[in-house]
Design a protein around this ligand. Sequence first.
Ligand code: ZN
Length: 512
Amino acid sequence: MANLIPIIGLEIHVRLKTKTKMFCGCANIDDSAPVNSAICPVCTGQPGALPALNLEAVHLGVRTGLALECRIPDTSHFDRKNYFYPDLPKGYQISQYDFPISEHGVLVVDVPGQKAPRNTVRIGITRAHLEEDAAKNIHDAKTGSTIVNFNRAGQPLLEIVTEPDFRSPAEAKVFLQELQAILRAANVSLADMEKGFMRCDANISLLEIDENNQPLKAGYNPKTEVKNLNSFRSVERALEHEIERHEQIYATGETPKNTTRGWDENKGETFDQRSKETSADYRFFPEPDLRPLSLADIREKEKGEIPELPAETRARLRKEFGFTEEDAIFLVANAGWANYAEDTMGELGNWLEATDNRTDLSAGEILSQQKEKLGRLAGSWLTNKLAAILGQKGLSIERCNITPENFSEFLHLLYENALNSTNAQKLLLLMVETGADPSHILEEHNLGQMNDPAVLATVVTRVLTQNPAQAEEVRAGKTGVVKWFVGAVMKATEGRANPMEAEKEILRQIGA
Ligand SMILES: [Zn+2]
Protein backbone atom coordinates (compact mmCIF):
# COMPACT_ATOMS: atom_id res chain seq x y z
CA MET A 1 0.00 0.00 0.00
CA ALA A 2 1.19 3.51 -0.76
CA ASN A 3 2.12 5.85 2.06
CA LEU A 4 -0.77 7.85 3.47
CA ILE A 5 -0.52 11.41 4.78
CA PRO A 6 -3.22 13.34 6.68
CA ILE A 7 -4.87 16.34 5.02
CA ILE A 8 -6.47 18.48 7.73
CA GLY A 9 -8.50 21.68 7.70
CA LEU A 10 -10.14 23.52 10.61
CA GLU A 11 -13.29 25.57 11.19
CA ILE A 12 -13.19 27.64 14.35
CA HIS A 13 -16.13 29.46 15.92
CA VAL A 14 -15.00 32.37 18.06
CA ARG A 15 -17.41 34.17 20.38
CA LEU A 16 -16.70 37.89 20.04
CA LYS A 17 -16.28 40.03 23.14
CA THR A 18 -19.06 42.54 22.49
CA LYS A 19 -21.30 44.09 25.13
CA THR A 20 -24.52 43.03 23.37
CA LYS A 21 -25.68 40.29 20.99
CA MET A 22 -25.26 40.30 17.21
CA PHE A 23 -28.71 41.60 16.21
CA CYS A 24 -30.43 42.81 19.40
CA GLY A 25 -29.68 44.78 22.57
CA CYS A 26 -29.56 41.74 24.92
CA ALA A 27 -26.38 41.36 26.97
CA ASN A 28 -23.75 39.01 25.54
CA ILE A 29 -23.34 37.06 28.78
CA ASP A 30 -21.53 34.04 30.10
CA ASP A 31 -23.03 30.52 30.00
CA SER A 32 -23.05 30.55 33.81
CA ALA A 33 -25.82 33.22 33.90
CA PRO A 34 -29.34 32.06 34.86
CA VAL A 35 -31.14 30.30 32.00
CA ASN A 36 -33.09 32.65 29.68
CA SER A 37 -32.09 35.79 31.61
CA ALA A 38 -30.86 37.69 28.51
CA ILE A 39 -33.52 37.26 25.82
CA CYS A 40 -35.91 39.41 23.77
CA PRO A 41 -38.33 39.01 20.83
CA VAL A 42 -35.46 39.26 18.30
CA CYS A 43 -33.20 36.53 19.68
CA THR A 44 -36.11 34.22 20.46
CA GLY A 45 -37.41 34.61 16.89
CA GLN A 46 -40.84 36.13 17.60
CA PRO A 47 -42.93 36.95 14.50
CA GLY A 48 -42.36 40.50 13.27
CA ALA A 49 -39.18 41.12 15.30
CA LEU A 50 -36.43 42.70 13.18
CA PRO A 51 -32.65 42.38 13.55
CA ALA A 52 -30.47 45.47 14.13
CA LEU A 53 -26.77 44.97 13.38
CA ASN A 54 -24.24 45.34 16.21
CA LEU A 55 -21.42 47.37 14.66
CA GLU A 56 -19.03 46.49 17.48
CA ALA A 57 -19.10 42.86 16.25
CA VAL A 58 -18.26 44.01 12.71
CA HIS A 59 -15.30 46.01 14.03
CA LEU A 60 -13.96 43.05 16.04
CA GLY A 61 -14.44 40.70 13.07
CA VAL A 62 -12.60 43.04 10.70
CA ARG A 63 -9.78 43.50 13.25
CA THR A 64 -9.37 39.72 13.46
CA GLY A 65 -9.36 39.45 9.66
CA LEU A 66 -6.60 42.06 9.47
CA ALA A 67 -4.56 40.29 12.19
CA LEU A 68 -4.78 37.14 10.04
CA GLU A 69 -3.59 39.08 6.97
CA CYS A 70 -6.96 38.71 5.26
CA ARG A 71 -8.28 40.87 2.47
CA ILE A 72 -11.18 42.99 3.75
CA PRO A 73 -13.55 43.83 0.87
CA ASP A 74 -15.31 47.20 0.50
CA THR A 75 -18.73 45.59 0.89
CA SER A 76 -20.20 42.48 2.43
CA HIS A 77 -23.67 41.22 3.35
CA PHE A 78 -25.55 38.74 5.53
CA ASP A 79 -27.46 35.65 4.37
CA ARG A 80 -30.06 33.33 5.81
CA LYS A 81 -28.93 29.76 6.39
CA ASN A 82 -32.12 27.69 6.63
CA TYR A 83 -32.46 24.61 8.79
CA PHE A 84 -34.82 23.26 11.43
CA TYR A 85 -33.69 22.46 14.92
CA PRO A 86 -35.18 23.23 18.36
CA ASP A 87 -32.30 25.59 19.22
CA LEU A 88 -33.07 27.79 16.19
CA PRO A 89 -36.49 29.48 16.69
CA LYS A 90 -36.48 31.52 13.45
CA GLY A 91 -35.88 28.40 11.33
CA TYR A 92 -32.78 30.07 9.93
CA GLN A 93 -29.47 31.42 11.18
CA ILE A 94 -28.18 34.80 9.99
CA SER A 95 -24.70 34.10 8.61
CA GLN A 96 -22.56 35.12 5.64
CA TYR A 97 -22.33 32.95 2.53
CA ASP A 98 -20.77 34.41 -0.61
CA PHE A 99 -19.62 37.84 0.61
CA PRO A 100 -17.84 37.34 3.98
CA ILE A 101 -16.14 40.24 5.78
CA SER A 102 -12.66 38.77 5.20
CA GLU A 103 -10.91 36.29 2.89
CA HIS A 104 -7.53 34.96 1.76
CA GLY A 105 -5.40 35.34 4.89
CA VAL A 106 -2.47 33.40 6.27
CA LEU A 107 -1.00 32.44 9.63
CA VAL A 108 2.56 31.14 9.94
CA VAL A 109 3.31 29.00 12.99
CA ASP A 110 6.37 27.19 14.34
CA VAL A 111 5.83 23.51 15.12
CA PRO A 112 8.25 22.36 17.83
CA GLY A 113 9.34 18.77 17.38
CA GLN A 114 8.73 18.60 13.61
CA LYS A 115 11.62 18.35 11.17
CA ALA A 116 12.30 20.89 8.41
CA PRO A 117 10.60 21.94 6.21
CA ARG A 118 7.53 21.43 8.45
CA ASN A 119 9.07 22.97 11.56
CA THR A 120 7.38 26.15 10.29
CA VAL A 121 4.05 25.89 8.48
CA ARG A 122 2.03 28.43 6.51
CA ILE A 123 -1.69 27.91 6.96
CA GLY A 124 -4.02 29.61 4.52
CA ILE A 125 -7.13 31.29 5.96
CA THR A 126 -9.92 30.75 3.45
CA ARG A 127 -12.32 33.18 5.08
CA ALA A 128 -13.64 34.57 8.35
CA HIS A 129 -17.31 35.53 8.49
CA LEU A 130 -19.82 36.84 11.02
CA GLU A 131 -22.86 34.92 12.22
CA GLU A 132 -25.16 34.49 15.20
CA ASP A 133 -24.98 31.57 17.61
CA ALA A 134 -27.91 29.19 18.15
CA ALA A 135 -29.56 28.57 21.54
CA LYS A 136 -28.34 25.74 23.75
CA ASN A 137 -30.40 22.64 24.50
CA ILE A 138 -29.92 21.33 28.02
CA HIS A 139 -31.13 17.76 28.40
CA ASP A 140 -32.10 16.60 31.87
CA ALA A 141 -31.52 12.84 32.05
CA LYS A 142 -33.49 12.48 35.33
CA THR A 143 -36.78 13.99 34.13
CA GLY A 144 -36.24 13.29 30.43
CA SER A 145 -37.06 16.94 29.68
CA THR A 146 -35.10 19.53 27.71
CA ILE A 147 -34.64 23.21 28.48
CA VAL A 148 -33.74 25.54 25.61
CA ASN A 149 -31.46 28.31 26.89
CA PHE A 150 -31.81 31.31 24.58
CA ASN A 151 -29.08 33.32 26.32
CA ARG A 152 -26.71 31.92 23.70
CA ALA A 153 -29.08 32.57 20.77
CA GLY A 154 -27.88 35.58 18.80
CA GLN A 155 -24.46 35.81 20.45
CA PRO A 156 -21.92 37.13 17.93
CA LEU A 157 -19.62 34.56 16.35
CA LEU A 158 -16.74 34.81 13.92
CA GLU A 159 -16.28 31.60 11.96
CA ILE A 160 -12.71 31.18 10.75
CA VAL A 161 -12.17 28.57 8.02
CA THR A 162 -8.68 27.39 7.07
CA GLU A 163 -7.37 25.77 3.91
CA PRO A 164 -6.60 22.02 4.22
CA ASP A 165 -2.95 22.90 4.85
CA PHE A 166 -2.23 20.89 8.01
CA ARG A 167 -0.30 17.63 7.66
CA SER A 168 -0.34 16.47 11.31
CA PRO A 169 -2.48 16.81 14.46
CA ALA A 170 0.42 18.66 16.13
CA GLU A 171 0.26 21.38 13.46
CA ALA A 172 -3.47 21.84 14.10
CA LYS A 173 -2.85 22.14 17.83
CA VAL A 174 -0.10 24.80 17.64
CA PHE A 175 -2.15 26.73 15.07
CA LEU A 176 -5.09 26.90 17.50
CA GLN A 177 -2.81 27.96 20.34
CA GLU A 178 -1.36 30.75 18.19
CA LEU A 179 -4.83 31.79 17.03
CA GLN A 180 -5.98 31.96 20.65
CA ALA A 181 -3.02 34.20 21.51
CA ILE A 182 -3.84 36.49 18.55
CA LEU A 183 -7.54 36.74 19.51
CA ARG A 184 -6.56 37.67 23.06
CA ALA A 185 -3.87 40.15 22.00
CA ALA A 186 -6.32 41.84 19.60
CA ASN A 187 -8.88 41.94 22.43
CA VAL A 188 -11.62 40.45 20.25
CA SER A 189 -12.45 37.34 22.32
CA LEU A 190 -11.66 35.65 25.60
CA ALA A 191 -10.91 32.67 23.30
CA ASP A 192 -11.11 30.11 26.08
CA MET A 193 -11.79 26.71 24.47
CA GLU A 194 -13.00 24.97 27.63
CA LYS A 195 -15.60 27.70 28.21
CA GLY A 196 -16.88 27.58 24.63
CA PHE A 197 -15.51 30.98 23.55
CA MET A 198 -13.58 29.12 20.86
CA ARG A 199 -14.96 25.85 19.40
CA CYS A 200 -13.31 23.81 16.72
CA ASP A 201 -14.51 21.42 13.99
CA ALA A 202 -11.75 19.50 12.22
CA ASN A 203 -11.88 17.95 8.73
CA ILE A 204 -9.54 15.09 7.98
CA SER A 205 -8.86 12.72 5.11
CA LEU A 206 -5.81 10.67 4.13
CA LEU A 207 -4.02 10.97 0.80
CA GLU A 208 -1.83 8.37 -0.95
CA ILE A 209 1.64 9.69 -1.75
CA ASP A 210 4.67 8.22 -3.55
CA GLU A 211 8.25 8.02 -2.22
CA ASN A 212 8.83 11.68 -3.25
CA ASN A 213 5.85 12.80 -1.15
CA GLN A 214 3.85 13.54 -4.29
CA PRO A 215 0.10 12.70 -4.35
CA LEU A 216 -0.69 9.63 -6.47
CA LYS A 217 -3.89 11.23 -7.80
CA ALA A 218 -5.63 14.57 -8.10
CA GLY A 219 -8.23 15.63 -5.50
CA TYR A 220 -8.88 14.37 -2.00
CA ASN A 221 -10.30 11.19 -0.49
CA PRO A 222 -13.55 11.15 1.54
CA LYS A 223 -13.23 13.02 4.79
CA THR A 224 -14.46 12.96 8.36
CA GLU A 225 -15.66 16.11 10.06
CA VAL A 226 -15.14 15.90 13.83
CA LYS A 227 -17.49 18.40 15.50
CA ASN A 228 -17.33 20.56 18.61
CA LEU A 229 -13.85 19.92 19.94
CA ASN A 230 -13.39 22.01 23.06
CA SER A 231 -9.74 21.74 24.06
CA PHE A 232 -6.37 21.77 22.27
CA ARG A 233 -5.73 18.28 23.56
CA SER A 234 -9.02 16.88 22.26
CA VAL A 235 -8.34 18.35 18.79
CA GLU A 236 -4.99 16.57 18.71
CA ARG A 237 -6.32 13.29 20.13
CA ALA A 238 -9.44 13.19 17.93
CA LEU A 239 -7.32 13.73 14.80
CA GLU A 240 -4.84 11.03 15.86
CA HIS A 241 -7.75 8.66 16.41
CA GLU A 242 -9.24 9.44 12.97
CA ILE A 243 -5.88 8.89 11.23
CA GLU A 244 -5.71 5.44 12.80
CA ARG A 245 -9.33 4.66 11.91
CA HIS A 246 -8.89 5.70 8.27
CA GLU A 247 -5.62 3.72 8.01
CA GLN A 248 -7.39 0.60 9.25
CA ILE A 249 -10.16 1.03 6.66
CA TYR A 250 -7.63 1.47 3.83
CA ALA A 251 -5.71 -1.57 5.10
CA THR A 252 -8.77 -3.76 4.46
CA GLY A 253 -8.91 -2.48 0.87
CA GLU A 254 -11.97 -0.31 1.55
CA THR A 255 -12.30 3.50 1.32
CA PRO A 256 -13.75 5.52 4.24
CA LYS A 257 -17.05 7.37 3.69
CA ASN A 258 -17.71 11.10 4.16
CA THR A 259 -19.00 11.32 7.73
CA THR A 260 -19.64 13.66 10.61
CA ARG A 261 -18.40 12.40 13.96
CA GLY A 262 -18.36 13.49 17.58
CA TRP A 263 -15.54 13.04 20.07
CA ASP A 264 -15.84 11.04 23.30
CA GLU A 265 -13.15 12.43 25.57
CA ASN A 266 -13.42 9.61 28.12
CA LYS A 267 -13.26 6.74 25.65
CA GLY A 268 -10.68 8.54 23.49
CA GLU A 269 -12.77 7.67 20.40
CA THR A 270 -14.80 9.41 17.72
CA PHE A 271 -18.39 8.26 17.11
CA ASP A 272 -20.82 8.55 14.22
CA GLN A 273 -23.26 11.52 14.16
CA ARG A 274 -25.99 12.77 11.84
CA SER A 275 -24.68 13.26 8.32
CA LYS A 276 -24.04 16.83 7.33
CA GLU A 277 -26.29 18.91 5.08
CA THR A 278 -24.64 20.28 1.96
CA SER A 279 -24.85 24.01 1.24
CA ALA A 280 -27.71 23.30 -1.21
CA ASP A 281 -29.79 21.94 1.69
CA TYR A 282 -29.37 25.24 3.55
CA ARG A 283 -31.00 27.28 0.75
CA PHE A 284 -28.85 30.35 1.44
CA PHE A 285 -30.28 33.67 0.33
CA PRO A 286 -29.48 37.32 1.21
CA GLU A 287 -31.00 38.52 4.51
CA PRO A 288 -33.71 40.99 3.46
CA ASP A 289 -33.95 42.69 6.88
CA LEU A 290 -30.32 43.92 6.96
CA ARG A 291 -28.69 46.39 4.61
CA PRO A 292 -25.41 45.44 2.86
CA LEU A 293 -22.35 46.32 4.90
CA SER A 294 -19.90 49.01 3.85
CA LEU A 295 -16.49 48.05 5.24
CA ALA A 296 -14.05 50.64 3.84
CA ASP A 297 -14.17 53.03 6.83
CA ILE A 298 -14.21 50.22 9.39
CA ARG A 299 -11.20 48.60 7.70
CA GLU A 300 -9.20 51.86 7.85
CA LYS A 301 -10.10 52.46 11.49
CA GLU A 302 -9.28 48.88 12.53
CA LYS A 303 -5.86 48.99 10.86
CA GLY A 304 -4.94 51.33 13.69
CA GLU A 305 -6.29 48.92 16.33
CA ILE A 306 -4.07 45.95 15.46
CA PRO A 307 -1.85 45.43 18.49
CA GLU A 308 1.60 43.89 18.63
CA LEU A 309 0.90 40.28 17.62
CA PRO A 310 2.16 37.30 19.66
CA ALA A 311 4.99 36.41 17.26
CA GLU A 312 6.25 40.00 17.47
CA THR A 313 5.95 40.03 21.27
CA ARG A 314 7.96 36.81 21.57
CA ALA A 315 10.70 38.19 19.31
CA ARG A 316 10.83 41.40 21.35
CA LEU A 317 10.91 39.61 24.73
CA ARG A 318 13.90 37.62 23.49
CA LYS A 319 15.76 40.54 21.97
CA GLU A 320 15.04 43.22 24.56
CA PHE A 321 15.26 41.21 27.76
CA GLY A 322 17.26 38.07 26.88
CA PHE A 323 14.44 35.54 27.50
CA THR A 324 14.86 32.09 25.92
CA GLU A 325 12.50 31.00 23.13
CA GLU A 326 10.76 28.53 25.44
CA ASP A 327 10.21 31.16 28.15
CA ALA A 328 8.95 33.69 25.58
CA ILE A 329 6.40 31.12 24.30
CA PHE A 330 5.11 30.55 27.85
CA LEU A 331 4.94 34.26 28.71
CA VAL A 332 2.97 35.14 25.57
CA ALA A 333 0.65 32.10 25.68
CA ASN A 334 -0.51 32.74 29.24
CA ALA A 335 -2.67 35.78 29.92
CA GLY A 336 -1.00 38.57 31.89
CA TRP A 337 2.49 37.02 32.01
CA ALA A 338 4.11 39.02 29.20
CA ASN A 339 3.08 42.31 30.86
CA TYR A 340 4.28 41.11 34.24
CA ALA A 341 7.62 39.99 32.77
CA GLU A 342 8.06 43.31 30.98
CA ASP A 343 7.29 45.34 34.11
CA THR A 344 9.72 43.22 36.12
CA MET A 345 12.48 43.56 33.53
CA GLY A 346 11.84 47.30 33.33
CA GLU A 347 12.52 47.60 37.07
CA LEU A 348 15.64 45.45 36.74
CA GLY A 349 16.87 47.52 33.80
CA ASN A 350 16.71 50.68 35.90
CA TRP A 351 18.74 48.98 38.56
CA LEU A 352 21.32 47.66 36.04
CA GLU A 353 21.97 51.09 34.61
CA ALA A 354 22.15 52.70 38.04
CA THR A 355 24.62 50.23 39.59
CA ASP A 356 26.90 49.44 36.70
CA ASN A 357 30.34 50.76 37.56
CA ARG A 358 32.78 48.23 36.13
CA THR A 359 35.43 49.60 33.79
CA ASP A 360 37.08 46.51 32.27
CA LEU A 361 34.43 46.19 29.54
CA SER A 362 32.55 48.76 27.55
CA ALA A 363 29.23 49.75 29.07
CA GLY A 364 27.36 48.20 26.16
CA GLU A 365 29.11 44.84 26.55
CA ILE A 366 28.47 44.74 30.30
CA LEU A 367 24.83 45.52 29.79
CA SER A 368 24.33 42.89 27.11
CA GLN A 369 26.10 40.19 29.18
CA GLN A 370 24.16 41.09 32.30
CA LYS A 371 20.96 41.26 30.32
CA GLU A 372 21.45 37.75 28.97
CA LYS A 373 22.22 36.36 32.42
CA LEU A 374 19.27 38.21 33.97
CA GLY A 375 16.95 37.13 31.14
CA ARG A 376 17.77 33.46 31.76
CA LEU A 377 17.44 33.89 35.53
CA ALA A 378 14.15 35.82 35.27
CA GLY A 379 12.76 33.42 32.68
CA SER A 380 13.31 30.30 34.74
CA TRP A 381 12.06 31.82 38.01
CA LEU A 382 8.96 33.23 36.32
CA THR A 383 7.91 30.36 34.07
CA ASN A 384 9.08 27.55 36.31
CA LYS A 385 9.00 28.42 39.99
CA LEU A 386 6.51 31.29 40.21
CA ALA A 387 4.12 29.65 37.73
CA ALA A 388 4.23 26.41 39.75
CA ILE A 389 3.50 28.16 43.07
CA LEU A 390 0.61 30.15 41.56
CA GLY A 391 -0.70 26.97 39.89
CA GLN A 392 -0.72 25.12 43.22
CA LYS A 393 -2.56 27.98 44.88
CA GLY A 394 -4.99 28.41 41.99
CA LEU A 395 -3.94 32.05 41.45
CA SER A 396 -3.57 33.93 38.17
CA ILE A 397 -0.59 36.23 37.61
CA GLU A 398 -2.99 39.19 37.72
CA ARG A 399 -3.97 38.15 41.25
CA CYS A 400 -0.39 37.49 42.34
CA ASN A 401 0.62 39.25 45.55
CA ILE A 402 4.14 40.02 44.32
CA THR A 403 4.52 43.38 42.61
CA PRO A 404 6.90 43.48 39.60
CA GLU A 405 9.05 45.79 41.72
CA ASN A 406 9.36 43.18 44.49
CA PHE A 407 9.93 40.36 41.98
CA SER A 408 12.74 42.33 40.38
CA GLU A 409 14.25 42.86 43.83
CA PHE A 410 14.03 39.10 44.38
CA LEU A 411 15.89 38.48 41.09
CA HIS A 412 18.43 41.07 42.10
CA LEU A 413 19.13 39.14 45.33
CA LEU A 414 19.58 35.92 43.33
CA TYR A 415 21.81 37.68 40.82
CA GLU A 416 24.09 38.81 43.62
CA ASN A 417 24.12 35.34 45.27
CA ALA A 418 22.56 36.73 48.42
CA LEU A 419 20.77 33.41 48.96
CA ASN A 420 20.97 29.86 47.63
CA SER A 421 18.33 28.28 45.45
CA THR A 422 16.62 26.20 48.18
CA ASN A 423 16.12 29.27 50.34
CA ALA A 424 15.16 31.32 47.30
CA GLN A 425 12.21 28.94 46.77
CA LYS A 426 11.20 29.37 50.42
CA LEU A 427 11.47 33.14 50.02
CA LEU A 428 9.37 33.15 46.85
CA LEU A 429 6.63 31.12 48.53
CA LEU A 430 6.59 33.55 51.48
CA MET A 431 6.42 36.48 49.05
CA VAL A 432 3.35 34.95 47.36
CA GLU A 433 1.73 34.27 50.72
CA THR A 434 2.45 37.63 52.37
CA GLY A 435 3.05 40.09 49.54
CA ALA A 436 5.95 41.44 51.61
CA ASP A 437 9.19 42.89 50.38
CA PRO A 438 11.88 40.18 49.77
CA SER A 439 14.71 41.86 51.77
CA HIS A 440 12.35 42.13 54.69
CA ILE A 441 11.41 38.40 54.57
CA LEU A 442 15.04 37.43 54.03
CA GLU A 443 16.03 39.08 57.27
CA GLU A 444 13.01 38.03 59.28
CA HIS A 445 13.32 34.34 58.33
CA ASN A 446 17.11 34.31 58.26
CA LEU A 447 17.28 32.92 54.71
CA GLY A 448 20.26 34.89 53.42
CA GLN A 449 23.50 33.26 52.34
CA MET A 450 26.08 32.93 55.17
CA ASN A 451 28.90 35.15 54.02
CA ASP A 452 31.18 35.25 57.08
CA PRO A 453 34.18 32.88 56.45
CA ALA A 454 34.91 32.59 60.20
CA VAL A 455 31.37 31.32 60.93
CA LEU A 456 31.60 28.81 58.05
CA ALA A 457 35.01 27.58 59.32
CA THR A 458 33.52 26.94 62.79
CA VAL A 459 30.63 24.91 61.33
CA VAL A 460 33.01 22.85 59.15
CA THR A 461 35.29 22.11 62.13
CA ARG A 462 32.31 20.89 64.13
CA VAL A 463 31.01 18.65 61.34
CA LEU A 464 34.47 17.14 60.73
CA THR A 465 34.99 16.46 64.47
CA GLN A 466 31.60 14.74 64.69
CA ASN A 467 32.41 12.45 61.71
CA PRO A 468 36.06 11.32 62.08
CA ALA A 469 35.61 8.08 60.06
CA GLN A 470 34.28 9.92 57.02
CA ALA A 471 37.05 12.52 57.31
CA GLU A 472 39.53 9.63 57.21
CA GLU A 473 37.91 8.31 54.02
CA VAL A 474 38.41 11.70 52.34
CA ARG A 475 42.10 11.65 53.34
CA ALA A 476 42.34 8.14 51.81
CA GLY A 477 41.20 9.63 48.49
CA LYS A 478 37.45 8.90 48.47
CA THR A 479 36.41 12.17 46.83
CA GLY A 480 32.73 11.25 46.75
CA VAL A 481 32.60 11.61 50.53
CA VAL A 482 33.44 15.34 50.20
CA LYS A 483 29.96 15.89 48.72
CA TRP A 484 28.50 14.10 51.73
CA PHE A 485 30.27 16.59 54.01
CA VAL A 486 28.97 19.52 51.93
CA GLY A 487 25.47 18.15 52.48
CA ALA A 488 26.13 17.90 56.23
CA VAL A 489 27.34 21.51 56.35
CA MET A 490 24.27 22.69 54.38
CA LYS A 491 22.05 20.85 56.85
CA ALA A 492 23.87 22.32 59.83
CA THR A 493 23.42 25.85 58.42
CA GLU A 494 19.82 25.29 57.33
CA GLY A 495 20.78 25.81 53.71
CA ARG A 496 22.48 29.15 54.28
CA ALA A 497 26.08 28.14 53.52
CA ASN A 498 27.46 28.66 50.04
CA PRO A 499 28.10 25.04 48.88
CA MET A 500 31.19 25.94 46.86
CA GLU A 501 32.76 27.85 49.75
CA ALA A 502 31.84 24.98 52.10
CA GLU A 503 33.62 22.42 49.89
CA LYS A 504 36.77 24.56 49.77
CA GLU A 505 36.77 24.94 53.56
CA ILE A 506 36.23 21.17 54.12
CA LEU A 507 39.19 20.28 51.87
CA ARG A 508 41.34 22.96 53.51
CA GLN A 509 40.67 21.69 57.03
CA ILE A 510 41.12 18.00 56.13
CA GLY A 511 44.31 18.91 54.34
CA ALA A 512 43.41 16.81 51.31
ZN1 ZN B 1 -32.27 39.60 22.31
